[in-house]
Design a protein around this ligand. Structure first.
Ligand SMILES: N[C@@H](CCOP(=O)(O)O)C(=O)O
Length: 467
């Protein structure tokens, strides 16, 4: 398998190189040169497999020939060994035709662990093979940061620097990051929004000499490996409902578009997915795009679902590239226009193709709170604000005869204030985090400037090397 950039001007790479490279050197995102396709009997053969084996079988075409199936299976077993639920990604019914797949049973209580735990193993494997060290720089609106830190903490071949928007995550989310004191972990509280953090990360990658000097690598979903490791849970859910004979739809609370892009990838591989529903909060750029072809940046506003407080959804570029028939020049020019004007001009035909498969629903904070409360009263299910938005989107677009699976992306204990306001219930943190509020924090506040972040990255790498 080789990977190509959505902007067409970076070299095609193998899986291991894509893993270590993160963002393509032309600013684009890597995608498989050709999508692997599974036959009906290939899907059937995955039924009933333990999750780590299913994950390895689904990911194997993406990692070949660099990583063979046996090695990958071993890495997946290690990755999912710390999950607290025996099914890893259990599915429960909340209403007629509406189901929830819980993706938050990993160590940091969010869906990011599903891929990040695998990435930690993959980095260790590839870097050991090559005897190399990399510096991971990532941006988080709340969940990616702690998942990345958890996957990388204490690993000698990795330094990890995470940028979060100061004061814009929940306190639990912040503490999950800032109380990890291993010397290879640096937390930067950036005076800006998540979009500023993500932009700064991309700016660092765009400076090729800095990038090479620091050996930068990525753990955000700009890194293809993140998407590849998120495809298997869609397969797992679809098989549970009778795929490949039965179609399934999914509803996904969406910020950076990586999670729902993985669902799209599963469909591209032949999984019978009928409909994909995007759930947004008041930062509703994706819903505006899907309802009116209006992809215009309006500024990031804090909400009850901070992980989705995003306007520029990185992974949309991968879908755009596919919608444009893989025309990299057109994709690069639309992305350049988006960057300079804040408005993305998606050709009408591509937009119509997107809306044939995707729908969007946005909930403001009072609607989110009402959804959490009503769902809890009617079904007893306690959904965090992000998952509640996904569930509302699933209910809005479910169709008779097709199970709708809403992805529960975070544990309610990550957002206690919102949960208490909606239901009066304060969900307890699991035992391994019970003392989170007593742990010492370490982070550095920095202005949202390229110079400040570069200095902080240099210092982090130097101090890590000194240990
Ligand atoms: N919602 C994310 C933002 C970063 O997304 P990613 O999937 O690209 O890592 C978060 O919680 O940090």
């Amino acid at each position: 398998m080789r990977y190509i950039s959505t902007r067409g001007k970076a070299p095609a790479l193998s899986f291991s190189d894509v893993l270590l490279t993160g963002l393509a050197e032309d600013g684009g995102l890597y995608l498989p040169q050709t999508w692997p396709e599974f036959s009906q009997s290939d899907w059937r053969a995955l039924r009933g497999l333990p999750y780590p084996e299913l994950a390895a079988r689904v990911m194997a075409p993406f990692t070949a020939p660099d990583i063979d199936f046996e090695t990958l299976h071993d890495l997946c077993k290690k990755a999912y060994s710390g999950f607290s639920h025996p099914a890893i990604v259990p599915v429960t019914q909340v209403e007629d035709g509406l189901f929830v797949q819980e993706l938050f049973h990993g160590p940091t209580l969010a869906f990011k662990d599903m891929a990040m735990q695998v990435l930690g193993q993959l980095f260790e494997h590839v870097l050991t093979q090559r005897d190399e060290h990399v510096t991971i720089v990532g941006a988080t609106s709340g969940d990616t940061g702690s998942a990345a830190i958890e996957a990388c903490r204490g690993r000698k071949r990795l330094s990890v620097v995470i940028l979060h928007p100061k004061g814009r995550t929940s306190e639990v989310q912040r503490r999950q990051m800032t109380t990890v004191l291993e010397p290879n972990v640096t937390n930067l509280a950036v005076e800006g929004t998540f979009d500023d953090c993500q932009d700064l990360v991309k700016t660092l990658f765009a400076d090729l000499s800095f990038r090479r000097e620091m050996r930068l690598s990525a753990v955000n979903s700009i890194n293809w490996a993140r998407i590849a490791a998120q495809i298997p849970y869609y397969v797992h859910a679809a098989l549970a409902f009778g795929a490949p004979e039965q179609e399934v739809s999914f509803a996904v609370p969406t910020g950076n578009f990586g999670n729902i892009l993985a669902a799209w990838g599963a469909r591209r591989m032949g999984l019978p997915i009928r409909h994909l529903c995007v759930g947004s909060n008041r930062n509703d750029i994706l819903t505006r795009f899907l309802t009116a072809n209006d992809m215009t940046i309006r500024g990031v506003t804090p909400s009850l679902s901070p992980s989705m407080d995003i306007q520029v959804s990185s992974n949309f570029e991968r879908l755009l590239f596919e919608l444009l028939g893989r025309d990299a020049a057109a994709c690069a020019s639309i992305m350049a226009g988006f960057r300079s004007t804040g408005h993305m001009d998606v050709p009408r035909e591509s937009w119509e193709n997107a809306t044939a498969l995707f729908s969007g629903l946005a909930l403001d904070d009072s609607q989110t709170e009402a959804e959490i409360r009503a769902l809890h009263q009617k079904s007893g299910y306690l959904a965090d604000p992000h998952s509640a938005i996904g569930i509302a989107a699933g209910r809005r677009f479910r169709q008779p005869g097709t199970p709708m699976v809403a992805e529960a992306t975070a544990h309610p204990a990550k957002f206690p204030d919102a949960m208490v306001a909606a239901t009066g219930i304060h969900p307890a943190l699991p035992p391994h985090m019970a003392d989170l509020f007593e742990r010492r924090e370490r982070y550095q506040s920095v202005p949202a400037t390229e110079d400040a972040i570069k200095t902080a990255v240099r210092t982090a790498v130097a101090s890590c090397n000194a240990v």
